[in-house]
Design a protein around this ligand. Structure first.
Ligand SMILES: O=C(O)CCC(=O)C(=O)O
Ligand SMILES: [Fe+2]
Length: 308
């Protein structure tokens, strides 16, 4: 568990001040906000209903809604009950209604058509995916923020507390698109997130499995995966998968059809600030933990040697 000391809080505030007094960064944020505003005031949404969080069966499957229905002491238990953990640190659950997936796909297609017709510049979701769109850029930012606040934050608090899952405070929401004339696959990487939510929206496809190769800190990013860390997951429409951003993963080739997934990279500025001062082993890095065990074994062996 993170222990936020007074000193760390002060350092955190200093970092925020430094960041906001950095002129380059301020300009970048200002330009991006202007870009978003230009889109939002010109683009006509197809389905206005999906721009606001509507926590009913129009959006979510009943089991998902029921798990969060009341914030009583049983909520954590109800959340645990809808989760499967097919591999350590990877959680899956049924989440979105097929009708909502359809509407979101149609909205994205409508936005892309508008971009094409108006020759507006489209910002791609990240440095790896050449296709897809940033949902936050065309008006879905408040809805996705609420999704993180009302749902994802509670899940992360239970399962990802060691990476700041209990203090998520910003997100990057986008869709990735694979298939004919789009991206085919995605190489091994880590996300710029503490916790990632990935939901398959459809449509019909084969292939496209996510593959995982263990959680790693910066220092151990390129170390081998152990056999027990290797895991493949096949996407199911409407189903979500959640993992730490630092869980190394990639997507296998989508061999037929089109696959479009919704991604929410959830971030914690507090966790990022605290990490800068982390000198010891990271509790969530597979390799740090292995090194720690090895160090402990050496100490125990040395002590035994002294004793006998
Ligand atoms: O293709 C996928 O389902 C995963 C995409 C992904 O890992 C990412 O965008 O960070
Ligand atoms: Fe990723």
């Amino acid at each position: 568990m993170l222990n936020v000391s007074r000193e760390s809080k002060h350092r955190y505030m200093r970092e925020i001040l430094r960041r906001y007094s950095d002129e380059g960064e301020r300009n970048r944020i200002k330009k991006h906000n202007e870009y978003r505003q230009r889109i939002i005031s010109n683009y006509q949404p197809l389905y206005r209903d999906i721009y606001q969080m509507n926590a009913t069966t129009a959006f979510f499957v009943p089991s998902f809604i029921q798990a969060f229905a009341t914030s009583d002491s049983n909520r954590d238990e109800r959340i645990r009950n809808i989760m499967s953990e097919p591999a350590p640190g990877v959680y899956t659950f049924n989440m979105l209604q097929p009708g909502f997936c359809e509407m979101l796909l149609a909205e994205v297609a409508n936005f892309e058509k508008w971009i094409h017709e108006t020759r507006f510049r489209i910002m791609r979701p990240n440095t790896m995916n050449k296709f897809g769109a940033v949902l936050d850029d065309f008006g879905m930012e408040p809805m996705l923020e609420k999704l993180m606040e009302d749902f994802i934050r509670h899940i992360s608090r239970i399962f990802f507390a060691d990476v700041g899952g209990f203090v998520l405070d910003s997100h990057h929401g986008f869709v990735v698109e694979y298939g004919y004339n789009r991206d085919i696959e995605l190489g091994l990487h880590v996300d710029d997130s503490e916790v990632t939510l990935n939901v398959c929206l459809g449509k019909h496809f084969s292939g496209g499995e996510l593959f995982f190769k263990g959680v790693r800190c910066d220092k151990h990013m390129n170390t081998e995966a152990l056999p027990e860390e290797i895991f493949d997951y096949s996407h199911v429409r409407g189903h979500a998968i959640m993992h730490r951003g630092r869980h190394r993963h990639g997507a296998r080739a989508t061999t037929t059809g089109d696959r479009i997934n919704l991604l929410l990279w959830c971030r914690s500025s507090v966790f990022r600030e605290l990490r800068k001062h982390q000198k010891e082993f990271e509790s969530w890095c597979g390799e740090c933990q292995r090194e720690k065990r090895e160090r402990l074994n050496q100490v125990v062996a040395a002590k035994k040697g002294e004793f006998f």
